[in-house]
Ligand binder design. Structure first.
Ligand code: GLA
Ligand code: ZN
Length: 695
C-alpha cells in the first residue's frame, strides 16, 4: 500500500522552494493549507545546490525545508535530484555528457542529459542518493523516495558502445550467435571482432528517427539503453534501500513513452508512478488506457499520479487551459483507474526559464483568488472527505489487453509493409471499443498470467517471444477466448521471421495461415463482409446455445491499413473481404481450441466493427458492462475493496449526462445520497457510487 504513512489520497506535487525566499515560503504554506495539500516533492532538480563541487555536500537548504514542511504537517516525497548533472561535473568529467543520435557530443545544458554508462555519473549519482538517505532516512516527514526524474533518452557515446558490446556478449555468448540473430550476411555485415560493433544511430544504421537497415541491432540497442538507464535507477534504489529498507521507492514514468520497457522497470520499483499530460484533444479513453497500462506494470497494484498540470503546459505547441472542472475530472479519472495520489507539477510557478508558463497551484498572481486555485482547493476538500476509503482498492477486469514494448519497437522499426502502422493506436482501438461499451479491461504485459481473464486480446502480436504461444494455447484450451490480429506471429524475439507461413507459432491456435499482407494507401479501404449477415449457424455460439456472437452486428464494415490474405486450416470463417482480388478470402475467423476459442481479425477495422464485435462477444462470454447504458462521453470504471464496489461515472461531455446503474444502486460517496436506476452526472462532473456490503 502506497499511503500507509499518511492514509488518504496524497495531494500535492513538485515544489521548488529553492527558487524563492523565506517570505514566499510562508505564503506557500498558508496556501497549501487552504488547498488541502499534504505532500511536497522536493529536490527534483537540485543536484547543483546539494553538491556545489566534487568534494562538498551542502544540505542546509534541504534541512530547512524538511523542518518547515514537517512543521506544517506536509509529508515529503524526496527526489534524489539526479535527473540533471551539475555544470561543474560536465566541465570536469566530460564523459558524463551524452553523444546524441546524430553523433554529436553534447555540452553542458538541459536535463536528462547524463550518459547512463558513465562510471563517473553512476558513482556521483549513487553517492548523492546515499547521502540523502543517511541524512533524511529517519526523518518523520519522509514518505517515499523519488529516484531521479523521468528517465529517458538514449546515448551513443564510446562508453555506451563498450557497454553495449558487453551486454551483447552476455546475451548471445558468441559472435557466431550474434551474426545469426542479426542476420548479418545481409549486406555483408558479418562481424569478426566485438570491437567492430558500433551503436546504431544516424552515423551508422539508422535514419529518419526510427528507420533502420538492421532491425536486430536497433532492437537490441533499445533493450540495452532501457537496461542501462534501469541500472542507474537500481544503483540509486539500492543506495537508499540499504539505509531505509522500509521506505518505498518509485521513479516517475511517462505512460506510453516509447523508449523504455516499462514492464521490466515495473518489476524493480515498489510503487509505479507517472506523469499525465494529455492535451485538450487527447481522447479520454487514451488517457484511461495509459492509466491502465501504468496499473498493469505491477500486476494491478495502485500507482501514484506523480504529476499533472493544474491548468496548462508549456511544452506543447498550443497550451490550452484546462476548462473549468476538467482538472478535477481528470484527477478522478486517475483515481478511478488506480491512482492513490493526485499530484501536480508544480505547486508554485517559477519566474524564469522554460517552465515559467507551465501551470501551477500558485500562479504568478501569487494569491488564492484564481480559478485554478479554487478548483484545486475544492478537490482538496473532496479528497480529505474520502479519507482512506479508496486506498489500495483494485480494478476488477475480465479482459486483458496485451501491450509489449519490445513488440512496439520491432513493429515500428520494421521496414515495410506500411509506414502507417502505429502499435499504440492499434492497441487503443481495441481498448476504446471496450471503453465505449463500459467494459473494464486491464492492460497487461506478455508475461502476465492470463488465467484470471475470460478474454485476452493481443493486437498486432508481431513478435512472439518464447513461451507466449504455449501460454495462449493453454489459456484457450482451458476455456479462454483469445483474439489476435493482422501482422501477428511474424517474427521471434530477434525479429527473425518464422518461416513456414504466418502467423508462425500462433498458427495452430488460430487454425489459419496467412500467405500475403497487403498494405493499403491512406485513403484506400476494403470491406469486412459478415458471412451470414450476422445470423450464424454453427461455431461457438450455436454449440453454447447462448446468444449469437454477432447479435447486433451490421452486415459489413470498412477496414484498412493492412489486409492479411489468410486461409483457414480449420477455423470458421465469420467474415470475408468484400473487395479487390482477395474478395471472398477470410477477414475474420474463429478456431475452437479445447474449451475455448481463438479469433483472428485479419485487417484494421473501423471502430464500429470492434464495438459491435467485442460487445456481442463479451455478452456471449458473460463479461458484463459496468453500466448498462449511458450518455455519450460517459466513462465508467470500477475499483473494489473489502467486498465493496466503487463505480466511477465520469462525464467528459459538457452537457449533463447519465448512466443506468446496475440493479441495487448504491450511495454517492461525494454527496452521501442514495442513488439507483438512471443517475445524472453533470457536464465534466463525477460520481462515485459505492455498492455491495456495507461494513
Ligand atoms: C515533466 C517533468 C517536470 C516538468 C513537467 C512539465 O513531467 O518531470 O519536471 O518538466 O514535465 O510538464
Ligand atoms: Zn553514453
Amino acid at each position: 500500500m502506497i499511503n500507509s504513512k499518511l492514509p488518504k489520497i496524497w495531494y500535492g506535487g513538485d515544489y521548488n522552494p529553492e527558487q524563492w525566499d523565506g517570505d514566499t515560503w510562508v505564503e506557500d504554506h498558508r496556501m497549501f493549507k487552504l488547498a488541502g495539500i499534504d505532500v511536497a516533492t522536493i529536490n527534483v532538480f537540485s543536484w547543483a545546490l546539494d553538491q556545489p563541487d566534487e568534494h562538498t555536500y551542502d544540505f542546509a537548504w534541504l534541512d530547512e525545508q524538511f523542518e518547515l514542511l514537517h512543521g506544517q504537517g506536509i509529508g515529503i516525497c524526496l527526489a534524489t535530484g539526479t535527473g540533471a548533472h551539475p555544470a561543474w561535473m560536465a566541465k570536469r568529467h566530460p564523459e558524463v555528457l551524452r553523444v546524441d543520435w546524430e553523433g554529436r557530443k553534447r555540452r553542458f545544458g538541459g536535463r536528462h542529459n547524463s550518459c547512463p554508462n558513465s562510471p563517473v555519473y553512476r558513482r556521483y549519482s549513487t553517492a548523492l542518493a546515499g547521502k540523502l538517505a543517511e541524512r533524511y532516512g529517519r526523518h518523520p516527514a519522509l514518505l517515499i523516495w523519488h529516484i531521479s526524474n523521468e528517465y529517458g533518452g538514449y546515448c551513443y557515446c564510446d562508453n555506451c558502445a563498450a557497454a553495449f558490446r558487453g551486454w551483447l556478449r552476455q546475451r548471445y555468448g558468441s559472435l557466431q550467435e550474434l551474426n545469426r540473430v542479426w542476420n548479418t550476411r545481409f549486406w555483408g555485415h558479418t562481424f569478426y571482432d566485438w570491437e567492430e560493433i558500433v551503436p546504431p544511430n544516424a552515423l551508422s544504421e539508422e535514419w529518419g528517427g526510427s528507420r533502420t537497415n538492421f532491425q536486430g541491432i536497433s532492437l537490441d540497442y533499445r533493450r540495452f539503453q532501457s537496461d542501462s538507464l534501469l541500472d542507474c535507477f537500481k544503483l540509486e534504489r539500492d543506495a537508499v534501500k540499504a539505509l531505509t529498507p522500509d521506505i518505498q521507492v518509485t521513479t516517475n514514468l511517462m505512460g506510453l513513452y516509447p523508449e523504455l520497457d516499462y514492464f521490466k522497470w515495473g518489476k524493480e520499483m515498489d510503487i509505479v508512478s507517472w506523469d499525465n499530460y494529455p492535451s485538450i484533444d487527447t481522447p479520454p479513453s487514451f488517457t484511461a488506457m495509459a492509466h491502465d497500462l501504468m496499473r498493469g506494470l505491477r500486476g494491478g497494484q495502485p500507482f501514484m499520479l506523480m504529476e499533472q498540470t493544474p491548468s496548462q503546459q508549456n511544452w506543447q505547441a498550443y497550451n490550452s487551459l484546462k476548462r473549468p472542472g476538467v482538472m478535477r475530472l481528470w484527477s478522478w479519472q486517475a483515481v478511478a483507474r488506480g491512482a492513490d495520489t493526485v499530484m501536480f507539477f508544480q505547486l508554485r510557478r517559477s519566474v524564469g526559464a522554460c517552465e515559467k508558463y507551465h501551470g501551477a497551484v500558485i500562479e504568478h498572481s501569487g494569491h488564492e483568488h484564481t480559478r485554478v486555485f479554487r478548483e484545486v482547493a475544492e478537490l482538496g476538500r473532496e479528497l480529505e472527505q474520502l479519507g482512506d476509503t479508496l486506498l489500495d482498492a483494485r480494478a476488477d477486469s475480465k479482459v486483458g489487453i496485451i501491450y509489449d514494448w519490445e513488440n512496439r519497437w520491432a513493429t515500428e522499426l520494421s521496414s515495410g509493409p506500411t509506414v502507417a502502422l502505429n502499435y499504440a493506436q492499434e492497441v487503443h482501438k481495441y481498448y476504446d471499443a471496450l471503453y465505449s461499451r463500459h467494459i473494464q479491461a486491464d492492460i497487461i504485459g506478455v508475461e502476465e498470467d492470463f488465467s484470471r481473464y475470460d478474454l485476452v486480446i493481443a493486437p498486432v502480436m508481431y513478435m512472439v517471444k518464447p513461451g507466449f504461444a504455449e501460454k495462449a494455447e493453454a489459456f484457450a484450451a482451458a476455456g479462454g477466448a483469445f483474439i489476435t490480429t493482422f501482422f501477428s506471429g511474424i517474427v521471434d524475439q530477434n525479429d527473425l521471421v518464422r518461416t513456414g507461413g504466418y502467423p508462425g507459432e500462433l498458427r495452430k491456435l488460430l487454425g489459419i495461415w496467412s500467405e500475403e499482407i497487403d498494405a493499403l494507401l491512406p485513403e484506400q479501404r476494403n470491406r469486412i463482409v459478415m458471412t451470414e449477415s450476422g445470423e450464424l449457424a454453427g461455431g461457438p455460439d450455436a454449440q453454447d446455445g447462448g446468444p449469437r456472437a454477432f447479435a447486433g452486428m451490421r452486415s459489413e464494415y470498412e477496414c484498412g491499413l493492412l489486409c492479411d490474405l489468410i486461409h483457414s486450416e480449420g477455423a470458421e470463417v465469420k467474415a470475408v473481404y468484400g473487395d479487390d482480388f482477395y474478395s471472398g478470402m477470410p477477414a475474420l475467423t474463429v478456431n475452437r481450441f479445447g474449451e475455448g476459442e481463438a479469433w483472428y481479425v485479419a485487417s484494421s477495422p473501423e471502430p464500429a466493427f470492434l464495438r459491435d464485435f467485442l460487445g456481442s462477444l463479451c455478452s456471449r462470454l458473460g463479461i458484463e458492462a459496468l453500466v448498462e447504458e449511458a450518455s455519450a462521453e460517459l466513462e465508467a470504471a470500477v475499483r473494489v475493496k473489502d467486498g465493496k464496489r466503487y463505480l466511477f461515472l465520469l462525464n467528459h461531455g459538457v452537457d449533463e449526462g447519465w448512466a443506468a446503474l446496475p440493479a441495487g444502486g448504491g450511495v454517492d460517496l461525494l454527496t452521501g445520497a442514495t442513488v439507483g436506476g438512471r443517475v445524472s452526472v453533470p457536464g465534466k462532473g463525477v460520481r462515485i457510487v459505492q455498492s455491495g456490503r456495507i461494513s
